[in-house]
Ligand binder design. Structure first.
Ligand code: NAD
Length: 309
């Protein structure tokens, strides 16, 4: 299994298992994934899948130190005073003593409290002005508690990343962002490499997630003819080639599935493509971003990045 080194010195497996959506199916799915050989699981407070992930880890009998577990702080817990308890709530649901990686899920802060999506009187998102830097500083303090081995962010723009890095005592270990052959963000990826920040791709199958419907017919990433053709050379599917592309770029990838057969197939997306094939895939970057919650969150996300509509 391919692994990468984080700037903390820890290893992170290239192939991780996503757990967003289908909360009821996740205990079985994660158990299946662990049995198949995944050792990197991605969850988040807002997915509601932490209890299922925790139960699956326990049932698997796999020693804790062999699993890389990521969770994320949700937007309603950005106030620095709320961050330690937010982590503790996640740990309690997971039934774990520590997480390998704690991410700030988005740069935007919602009203403090237990509502995940607080609304203003007019029905819009209740956004508050807690600075993500203050949230990040509270996350830095968690490292000394031993409950968090590494910290990072998700869904930040380049300007936001530069600001975090310029002010951090502990540089982010990971940036989790949308990445696939149709949204390669190579300039941004290079920036991370230069600064020692590991990139993890979410939605590695592009528009395969059902909620990412877009107007018109753009086809499905996992049927892209270039990926299909390259797959023939290795005896792999286009979906597996999409994953292998991320791994070959030095990134982790987080496919999600609740189907045992696909869970196993996706793990076989951990292989190295020849440089000539990586080059071919570079030619199909359509700069299509499928996950942009700017409107729902009342905050202009990804301002300076590819695929911003
Ligand atoms: P994905 O790209 O993994 O696609 C998932 C969909 O693809 C599933 O609905 C499944 O039906 C289908 N699929 C899975 N394997 C397949 C195969 N081999 N062939 C054909 N279809 C297949 O999408 P995702 O769930 O959006 O992203 C993966 C994970 O990334 C999430 O579960 C979550 O853990 C993480 N994520 C994080 C953020 C964030 O804001 N940080 C956002 C989105 C996702």
């Amino acid at each position: 299994m391919t692994t990468f080194k984080l700037n903390t010195g820890a290893s992170i497996p290239a192939l991780g298992f996503g757990t967003w959506q289908d909360a009821d199916a996740q205990e079985n799915a994660v158990l299946e994934a662990l049995k198949a050989g995944y050792r990197h699981i991605d969850t988040a407070r807002v997915y509601g899948t932490e209890p299922a992930v925790g139960r699956a880890i326990k049932k698997s009998g796999i020693p804790r130190d062999q699993i890389f577990l990521t969770t994320k702080i949700w937007n309603n817990k950005h106030h620095p005073d709320d961050v330690p308890q937010a982590l503790q709530d996640s740990l309690n649901d997971l039934g774990l003593e520590y997480v390998d990686l704690l991410l700030m899920h988005w740069p935007v802060a919602f009203k403090r409290g237990d509502e995940l999506f607080p609304k203003t009187q007019s029905g819009g998102p209740d956004v508050v002005d807690t600075d993500y830097l203050d949230t990040y500083r509270a996350m830095e303090k968690l490292i000394a508690t031993g409950k968090v081995k590494a910290i990072g962010v998700s869904n930040f723009s380049k300007a936001e990343m530069e600001r975090v890095l310029a002010n951090a005592t502990v540089p982010p270990a990971v940036h989790q962002l949308e990445g696939h052959p149709w949204l390669q963000q190579r300039g941004f990826a290079d920036w991370h490499k230069k600064n020692g920040i590991h990139v993890t791709h979410y939605s590695p199958f592009g528009n395969q997630n059902e909620i990412y419907s877009r107007e018109g017919t753009i086809g499905r990433l996992i049927e892209d003819p270039v990926l299909v053709e390259i797959g023939k050379k290795y005896g792999k599917s286009a979906a597996q080639v999409a994953l292998a592309w991320g791994v070959s770029e030095g990134h982790s990838v987080l496919p999600k599935s609740k189907t045992p057969e696909r869970i196993r197939q996706n793990l076989e997306g951990d292989f190295k493509l020849d440089q000539e094939d990586v080059k071919k895939i570079r030619g199909i970057d359509r700069k299509l971003r499928f996950n942009d919650s700017s409107e729902d969150f009342g905050y202009d996300l990804f301002k300076d990045l590819d695929g911003k509509k």
